[in-house]
Every structure is written in structure tokens, then in C-alpha cells.
Design a protein around this ligand. Structure first.
Ligand code: FES
Length: 388
């Protein structure tokens, strides 16, 4: 199948046609799309239910080894919920032997004291527990589970008790951002070390639910101001907690240098073994290779998918002649595709983009939300997108 529209049907490029690439320093291992929660801002693909069998333990171990040989040093285990994989301890042990710095990105659902101890013994470096909100009702409404909040609190405490730094992640949006003070108070109470207050990024289910999630500019500015006030107060009191505030690019005038450039340092492998230059690229009309068929070395250096948006010869105006293209690489290919239908367009976040009005319209819509309700991320809703 040729999904590139370029006339190139080879899975691998002929020798000499590869473009310059760095090493894949960061490997994101999306072990599974299974998840007990239903967060409406999940970055997984809408049609995750269509994607086939998960890689076996041996196949994952081969991926870890090959990526390490290519230079990968940071490894994130994510999903879905990676705790649903019964072989997680084996994969952690392998990662430790290979010399990775490994991070488990989890909702905490399915975690137990025993598992935390097993992961520690196997050599896991870092556990990040995500929360949906600071209060039980909103948290559980967003997670689609009545028990989620209590379990998260318990497991966050357990992670810290077993000697890990406490790393918490709160995805913020219009439904919880006004409670940023309560979120920070909860983090202080839990004695968190690092807190990511990450405003929702609009990919996957979050893009589908954007009208319900995008905060207003006033909400964002207030949240950032309160976070800064807390930072000052906490530093003055000698509290070492680090608050990291991430704003959505919808309120910027220049795009982010997404993934530090296409196929430059990030490598994602999905549950069924598809290799991607970012977690969202699967939706693009570009054919991506599978680790079941090719080595990671061939995939990284020679596959059509990984070379496609490397460098700048694919760029159109205004990116092509822009003096900022070395800095932002034209922004995010996935965002350009989702919003304009062409992944080679400039990211509409950029005020030089002819499609920037789409971003302005989304900001305006956030001022007067229609209140349409969420499409939750679950198997049933995903099947609807599989048909579409
Ligand atoms: Fe795919 Fe930005 S998320 S290129």
C-alpha cells in the first residue's frame, strides 16, 4: 500500500536516500491499549480497538535491545495502562540489565504494594502517577471510575514510602484548572517531589473532546499566576517540590518544535509493534513500519515513514523560507494534519500559517462552550471510530 502520495512504495529507502538523523535517545514503549479508565483526554488513537495483537514479551525484549544498541537511554513504559501487562516486571528487569533509565507512566489503577516492591527490585528508576483532579468527584467523573481517586492517593503514598521520588501528573483543562490551588495543596500534602501541571494537549481523544476541554485564556493565566505564587512561597519555606506548568500551544503564536524534530530523538513503539516518530503519527497518511518485520536500525535510519518529515525539503511556504524553521521545524505534523488535512502544512498554531484562524476560532469557542459532553475513551466508543 502506498499511503504517502509520493509514488514511493518501498518500506525501506534505497541506500543513499536516507536523511541525516540523530540517535533515538528516548524510547516510548506503549505496551498496551488496555486501560481500566476512560479519560476523555487520552492521547491514544480514537480507533485503538482496531489495532491487532500486542507484542509478546520476547518481541518487546528485542525492541528494548535494538533501541539500546541504537543509543536509546531513556525508556518510558506507557499505554493504555502498562500495569495490565503481566510481564511488566520482566521487561523492567531487562531494561535495567540493558542500562536504561526507566520510567513507568501509570494511572495507579492495578498497582499494589507488592508490585511497587517488585518493580523496585527489578530496577525500575521512576514511577509517575497521574491524577485527573484534586477532588474525588471530579477525578472519578473524568476517569470514568468511582474508585480511582482513593486508589491513586494510596498508591502515590506507597510509591514514596518505598523510596521513589513522588512524581505526579495532573492533566489540566477547563473542568479542573480553576482548582489549581487545591491541586497544588494536595501535592504538598502528599509530599510530592515533582508535579507536572500539564494543560491538555489536543491529540487523540483530547482532540475529539477539545470543545469540552480547552480552557479560556483567563483560566490559563490565572492558573499560571497561582502556580507562580505557590512556587515563590514554597521556595521561601524551603519546600523542594518542583511545579512544572505546561501551557497548551493553542494560546501561543509560534509552534512548538514538536518531538525536537521528526525522527530525531523520539521513537515510539505501539502495542502491535508499529514504530512511530511520535505517539500520534499513526493517524497520518504515511505508512509506518512494524518491528515485527524490520529491525529498529532499518526502521530508524531507512524507513520511509521516519525519513518523510526529516530535514526541510518537505516544507511548503511559509515554513520553507521562514528564519525560525531551524527552531520549530514547522511545528507539529500531527496537528497540521488534524486541523488542515495536510501534514506538510505549517502547524496552524503559527500566526504566519494561513490556517491560524482555526486556532483563533478554537480559542473563541472556549469562551462560550457549547457543553456537548465528553466522548469517553473506551472500547465501545473506539469501535464507532473503527467503522468511520
Ligand atoms: Fe506527531 Fe507532533 S505529535 S509530530
Amino acid at each position: 500500500m502506498n499511503r504517502t502520495g509520493s509514488g514511493c512504495t518501498e518500506a525501506l529507502l534505497p541506500e543513499g536516500r536516507e536523511k541525516p538523523a540523530g540517535q533515538p535517545l528516548w524510547l516510548l514503549a506503549e505496551l498496551t491499549y488496555k486501560c481500566p479508565l476512560q479519560c476523555p483526554y487520552c492521547s491514544n488513537p480514537l480507533d485503538f480497538a482496531r489495532h491487532g495483537e500486542e507484542l509478546t514479551t520476547d518481541q518487546w525484549i528485542r525492541v528494548l535491545r535494538e533501541a539500546r544498541e541504537l543509543g536509546a537511554a531513556q525508556l518510558g513504559f506507557s499505554g493504555g495502562e502498562p500495569l495490565t501487562r503481566p510481564d511488566l516486571v520482566d521487561l523492567i528487569r531487562e531494561a535495567r540489565q540493558l542500562g536504561y533509565y526507566s520510567n513507568l507512566i501509570t494511572s495507579g489503577i492495578g498497582l499494589t504494594e507488592r508490585k511497587v516492591a517488585d518493580f523496585r527490585e527489578a530496577g525500575l528508576d521512576h514511577i509517575q502517577v497521574s491524577f485527573q483532579a484534586s477532588d474525588e468527584e471530579v477525578n472519578n467523573m473524568l476517569a470514568g471510575s468511582a474508585k480511582a481517586f482513593a486508589q491513586k492517593l494510596k498508591m502515590a503514598r506507597e510509591v514514596k514510602a518505598q523510596g521513589y521520588p513522588m512524581v505526579l501528573n495532573f492533566v489540566t483543562h477547563r473542568h479542573n484548572i480553576d482548582r489549581i490551588d487545591r491541586i497544588i495543596e494536595l501535592c504538598i500534602e502528599l509530599e510530592a517531589d515533582y508535579v507536572e501541571l500539564a494543560t491538555c494537549q489536543y491529540y487523540g481523544w483530547a482532540y475529539e473532546n477539545r470543545a469540552e476541554l480547552l480552557p479560556t485564556r483567563a483560566q490559563l493565566e490565572r492558573a499560571e499566576r497561582i502556580t507562580n505564587e505557590y512556587r515563590e512561597r514554597l521556595a521561601a519555606a524551603g519546600n523542594p517540590i518542583r511545579l512544572i506548568f505546561v501551557t497548551p500551544d493553542y494560546y501561543e503564536e509560534r509552534p512548538k518544535g514538536c518531538m525536537n524534530g521528526w525522527g530525531q530523538i523520539f521513537l515510539t513503539v505501539t502495542p502491535d509493534g508499529t514504530a512511530l516518530p511520535c505517539h500520534s503519527a499513526r493517524q497520518l497518511p504515511v505508512e509506518f513500519p512494524s518491528v515485527k518485520q524490520q529491525s529498529l536500525g532499518d526502521i530508524w535510519y531507512r524507513s520511509f515513514g521516519f525519513n518523510h518529515f526529516r530535514g526541510d525539503d518537505w516544507m511548503k511556504e511559509p515554513c520553507r523560507s521562514c528564519d525560525e524553521k531551524e527552531k520549530d521545524f514547522g511545528g507539529c505534523r500531527c496537528q497540521a494534519y488534524m486541523m488542515t488535512g495536510d501534514a506538510a502544512n505549517a502547524d496552524p498554531v503559527c500566526s504566519k500559517s494561513p490556517h491560524h484562524d482555526l486556532i483563533v476560532q478554537a480559542r473563541e469557542a472556549a469562551e462560550n462552550p457549547a457543553g456537548t459532553g465528553f466522548t469517553y475513551r473506551n472500547e465501545r466508543n473506539s469501535r464507532v471510530f473503527c467503522r468511520g
